[in-house]
Design a protein. Structure first.
Length: 281
C-alpha cells in the first residue's frame, strides 16, 4: 500500500507530465507513462525513495490524437502484454524498460500507469479544449488531472475509493495495463532465473534481445550470445521533440535494441557465432 507521501509524490509526477504537455502544445498524440520508484539511499532507519515516470513508446499506427480511441488502445495493449503464447513487440519494449530500470535499481517498484492526452470538456454548456492526465496506481487509486486551455493551473482529483460512475473512460484500461505489467514482469523474472546462455537457434528481429536474469533479477543477459552484464546503454531526449530515445548494445556480439517515441521498439540481432574473419592479402 502506498503511503500518503508516495501518493503526493505521484500526484507531483502527473503535474510534471501536464507541464511537459503544455510546453509541447496542443494536438499532440496521446502518451503513456510507466511510473515507478527506487531507493534513493540505503542508509538510515527510513529508506527514502525517488519516483520517476518513463514514456512507454507507441508504434506509429497506435499514435492517437482522438481521445475516443484511447480506451480501446489501452485494453489492446494490456491483452498483448498478457499473452505469453503470442510474443509482441510491445512485450519486448516492456522487457527492455524493466531491464533498464532493474539494471540501475533492483529494488524499483512499479507504481502506476498514466495516459496524457488532449480532450474536450464542457464548461458552462460550452466546449473547452483541455489537457488530461489520468492514472491508476497499484492500490487502484484513480488520479484525474485537467487543465483547460488558457488556464494557468490544472485541477487534480485523487480518489482513494472511486465510484464506478466517476472513473474516467481510460481507467479500466489503465488498471488492465497495470495488472498485465505486473504479471508479465513476474513471468519474465521466473523464466530468466538462471543465467545460462540459452541462445536461440534463429535470431528473430521481433523478439527481445535482452532479458533480466540471476537470483534477484539484477543482471541483464543477451539472448543472442548469452553474455551477462556486458552491455552499454544510453537514454537521451528524443530528436522527435518529446520523450526519450534508448539504446542498448551487447558488447560481446553487437546486438542492439532501441526505442523511440515515433517508431517504438526495434531490435537488430547480430550474427552469432560471428562470421569468421579472413586474412586480407
Amino acid at each position: 500500500m502506498l503511503s500518503s507521501n508516495a501518493v503526493h509524490t505521484l500526484a507531483g509526477c502527473l503535474m510534471a507530465a501536464d507541464a511537459d504537455a503544455e510546453r509541447l502544445g496542443w494536438g499532440q498524440a496521446a502518451t503513456l507513462l510507466i511510473i515507478h520508484d527506487r531507493p534513493l539511499n540505503a542508509a538510515g532507519p527510513k529508506r527514502r525513495r525517488e519516483m520517476r515516470s518513463l514514456e512507454f513508446p507507441l508504434h506509429r499506427d497506435d499514435l492517437l490524437t482522438d481521445p475516443a480511441g484511447l480506451p480501446a488502445l489501452l485494453h489492446r495493449l494490456a491483452a498483448g502484454l498478457d499473452n505469453p503464447d503470442a510474443p509482441t513487440p510491445y512485450q519486448a519494449t516492456l522487457a527492455t524498460i524493466v531491464g533498464l530500470i532493474r539494471a540501475t535499481a533492483p529494488d524499483a517498484r512499479l507504481l502506476a500507469w498514466a495516459a496524457c492526452y488532449d480532450d474536450i470538456r464542457t464548461v458552462a454548456s460550452q466546449p473547452r479544449q483541455a489537457h488530461r492526465v489520468d492514472a491508476v496506481d497499484i492500490d487502484r487509486r484513480v488520479y484525474q488531472l485537467t487543465r483547460l486551455r488558457g488556464e494557468d493551473h490544472p485541477l487534480l482529483l485523487v480518489d482513494d475509493s472511486p465510484d464506478p460512475g466517476g472513473i474516467p473512460a481510460t481507467g479500466p484500461g489503465l488498471a488492465a495495463l497495470l495488472a498485465a505489467t505486473a504479471r508479465h514482469t513476474l513471468t519474465s523474472t521466473h523464466a530468466d532465473a538462471a543465467c545460462g546462455p540459452q541462445v536461440p537457434p534463429h535470431a528473430d528481429p521481433d523478439e527481445p534481445i535482452f532479458g533480466v536474469c540471476g537470483p534477484d533479477s539484477t543482471s541483464i543477459r543477451c539472448r543472442i550470445c548469452g553474455a551477462v552484464d556486458r552491455i552499454t546503454s544510453a537514454e537521451v531526449p528524443s530528436m522527435a521533440g518529446y520523450g526519450e530515445d534508448t539504446h542498448i548494445r551487447c558488447i560481446r556480439c553487437g546486438s542492439v535494441e532501441t526505442t523511440d517515441p515515433i517508431f517504438g521498439w526495434r531490435a537488430k540481432p547480430a550474427p552469432w557465432p560471428p562470421h569468421p574473419t579472413h586474412d586480407q592479402p
